[in-house]
Design a protein around this ligand. Sequence first.
Ligand code: ZN
Length: 94
Amino acid sequence: MPRGKRREFTLGDRQYVLNQDPIDGRCDVDIPDDGKPYEIWINPRLRGKKEMNVRIHEPLHGIHPEADDDEIDTEADQLTEWLWAAGYRKRSRK
Ligand SMILES: [Zn+2]
């Protein structure tokens, strides 16, 4: 992704932008009160299975904003195990 260009993506019926944050991950589920678009933040230092789990977990909050974190955790853990067992891995950028 080119620097300076924010990529938007749809989760449920909302448009989100992706940002970076030192916290592993978080996702707006309520209307942002600062006038900004809905955002998801991912820690860029995450790697491996943990990164996969966070990259599944956070958008699930956007798709299911009413779900509590335990439900999202369970779904994200199951999907992570499913994809990890099938051999999916992030390709390193060269
Ligand atoms: Zn969560």
